[in-house]
Design a protein around this ligand. Structure first.
Ligand code: ZN
Length: 375
């Protein structure tokens, strides 16, 4: 998650600078109808906006009080809900006061959720969800934090380790939210974060084309093999697969003809779209032109399709391939190279493009994703 950071270094608590080893978290809400982070946090980082009244907490004793927390959740100057860190996580905060059994300040992290007028379910739920994210983040940072020690100020008071306050459940219960559910939601979030989020099991984050494959998969331009989590990055790409990827990524609209067989995994509409756009010409034969949809796509042919589909113009980079091909195919390869989309292979001191070897699925994904970004 994204957490802003403005430490309240002028606050007496910060200057006091005691340390803790976090074992729990106390969730607070401010008890005042003002969602703006700048009410409490200063100076302005350009995102939260400037506090015009000088009543923020980045001063020795705000409003004469000895009070400081590790973070806030509230709105920035544009009304966007954000989380901010305001004390080092291992610094002892002044947030819980004390009860008959001591003080949760000893060992508990703390944050305030800025309240609104307590009438908006949307604001309550959105800030609750961000609080879940923040606690999951802190739990990962400090595994010694126990779920049962993620408590509301009101619960800390009931345990005898905080002053007698009702936050945040006095607010949450209006909308069916509770600390008991909050702890479950934090646990689930931590588990979800740890779960393998890789889309394709054979394309781990370390794969050289991970970003490009992920980008195209997110846009629905590529998908894995049905019923599996496999992308098979090293398999060759058939010409009909290439046609589909290029038509979708370049936004070339297929035809509206109703007699096209769209039930086919690779309906002809993509091939027709490319032909109409002048991206493909096919192979000339005695009987006419053939597209040969099931053949593997050659690297030179993918280069041609990509240059034409995205209408790419020559860039500034110069790469001279040693394995030059015919003038026409070479022009397309050189355009891709000049834009930094391909750089070929280094072999025995030679720079090779290998124009008539099969392009792999991963190579095609990389080339097409980069071409989309240039376009
Ligand atoms: Zn509180």
């Amino acid at each position: 998650m994204e957490i802003g950071k403005i430490l309240l270094t002028e606050n007496e608590c910060y200057k006091y600078g005691q340390k803790i080893k976090p074992i729990g978290i106390v969730v607070h809400s401010t008890g005042a109808p003002n969602t703006e982070l700048r009410r409490y946090i200063a100076p302005d980082d350009g995102i939260i906006g400037k506090n015009q009244y000088g009543n923020h907490w980045n001063q020795f004793r705000p409003n004469g009080r000895q009070v400081c927390v590790h973070g806030f959740i509230g709105t920035d100057k544009n009304g966007v809900i954000r989380a901010y860190q305001t004390l080092p996580w291992t610094m002892r905060g002044w947030h819980a006061g004390s009860g008959p059994k001591g003080s949760a300040n000893d060992g508990y992290l703390s944050f305030e959720i800025c309240e609104d007028t307590l009438n908006s379910k949307t604001y309550a739920v959105n800030t609750y969800n961000m609080a879940v994210d923040l606690c999951a983040y802190l739990k990962k940072l400090y595994p010694a934090i126990k779920y049962e020690n993620i408590i509301g100020h009101n619960e800390a008071a009931a345990k005898g380790i905080a002053s007698n306050h009702g936050d945040p459940e006095h607010w949450w219960r209006k909308f069916g939210l509770s600390m008991a559910q909050f702890r479950k939601d934090v646990k689930k979030k931590v588990e979800d974060n740890m779960a393998d989020k890789t889309r394709f099991s054979d394309v781990p984050k370390s794969h050289w084309a991970y970003d490009e494959i992920e980008n195209l998969a997110k846009k629905g331009i590529i998908s894995g093999f049905s019923g599996t989590k496999l992308f098979k990055p090293n398999l060759p790409l058939s010409r009909q697969q290439a046609a589909k990827m290029i038509a979708l990524s370049a936004g070339l609209v297929a035809s509206n003809l109703i007699d096209l067989d769209k039930s086919n995994a690779y309906p002809n509409e993509y091939i027709i779209a490319l032909e109409r756009a002048g991206v493909i010409g096919g192979y000339s034969t005695d009987k006419g032109k053939e597209f040969r949809p099931l053949d593997n796509t050659k690297r030179a042919h993918l280069a041609k399709m990509v240059v034409l589909a995205f209408k790419l113009k020559k860039g500034s980079k110069v790469i001279n391939f040693d394995d030059k091909t015919n003038e026409q195919d070479q022009e397309y390869i050189d355009i891709l190279a000049s834009l930094g989309i391909v750089d070929g292979y280094e072999e025995n001191g030679k720079k090779l493009f290998k124009p008539y070897t099969d392009v792999t699925r991963a190579q095609a994904a990389k080339i097409i994703d980069l071409a989309m970004k240039i376009k």
